[in-house]
Write a protein that binds this ligand. Structure first.
Ligand SMILES: O=P(O)(O)OC[C@H]1O[C@@H](O)[C@H](O)[C@@H](O)[C@@H]1O
Length: 258
């Protein structure tokens, strides 16, 4: 916890900070809601079929409690496993080639990805303007900048939105798999980004909207953890270890930098 320390005034950060590690979905882009909707459709179809087969009551996926606690911020397959475990369900892993919707961890993940990509194709991706201003201000202040996202689609989303021009390094779901990095809430992906940028964790700030992401920032002993509350879970973000919680990154910016 940073207390009583002089804060870099333009960006609202401790002066010791040399690098910013941004989550993507829900921090820079509006895609957290798109992921959430794709997960709901996928899980509800699965749960309904299961209820028809077993006679157990159908309890739909809760886009607040279930998404925030078990899915948000975690790698795709971890999201499937963690949510299903909360319902006492275990599925075989299957393989990445499983057809979308097959009753395996990969099959459900593939279904969700199909729905996510369809929505992105049809509706495009919106960015948070406050985050764009913040990226510009961070660049102007000479801070290093990386995106650390569990999503295997992060690189495409950054390219589509043009946000990639502000980002020097990306640790996404694909890099994590290739390098054997554990997903959030473990700190591995954030630590890898800091290492790549040549800064110590204590010199980096983590920006996260997901409970698992804030927990990862805390577990990695990062210098400062900013919780970004887009869905009314400020208290939970603080509980996971956020040093400060804002509703939008623009709140951190000095008036002149907005
Ligand atoms: O399925 P993808 O695109 O690889 O994304 C994995 C996860 O990425 C995270 O950023 C999202 O918060 C999760 O909802 C999502 O499941």
């Amino acid at each position: 916890m940073v207390t009583g320390m002089y804060i870099l005034s333009v960006l609202g950060l401790p002066t010791t900070v040399k690098a910013c590690l941004f989550d993507l979905d829900g921090v820079l882009t509006h895609t957290a809601a798109v992921h959430n909707a794709a997960w709901r459709a996928t899980f509800d179809e699965f749960l309904k079929d299961r209820s028809d087969e077993t006679g157990e009551p159908f309890v739909p996926f809760d886009t607040e409690a279930d998404y925030n606690r078990y899915v948000d911020g975690r790698p795709r397959a971890d999201g499937v496993r963690t949510f299903l475990a909360s319902r006492g369900i275990t599925l075989p892993e299957g393989t990445p080639e499983d057809p979308p919707g097959a009753d395996t961890v990969n099959g459900l993940g593939n279904k969700k990805n199909e729905l996510l990509l369809k929505t992105i194709r049809e509706q495009g991706v919106d960015v948070f303007e406050g985050s764009v201003s913040y990226l510009r201000a961070a660049e102007a202040a000479g801070l290093r900048r990386a995106v650390v996202s569990a999503s295997a689609n992060a690189r495409d989303v950054l390219r589509t939105t043009g946000l990639d021009r502000y980002i020097e390094h990306i640790v996404d779901g694909i890099v994590a798999r290739q390098e054997g990095l554990r997903g959030k809430p473990e700190p591995d992906t954030f630590l890898a980004a800091a290492r790549h940028l040549g800064v110590a964790p204590s010199e980096a700030v983590v920006f996260e909207d997901a409970l698992a992401g804030v927990a990862a920032g805390r577990a990695g002993d990062f210098g400062y953890v900013v919780g970004v509350d887009r869905v009314g879970q400020a208290a939970e973000l603080s509980e996971q270890g956020a040093d400060i919680v804002v509703r939008d990154l623009s709140e951190l910016l000095d008036e002149d930098a907005k």
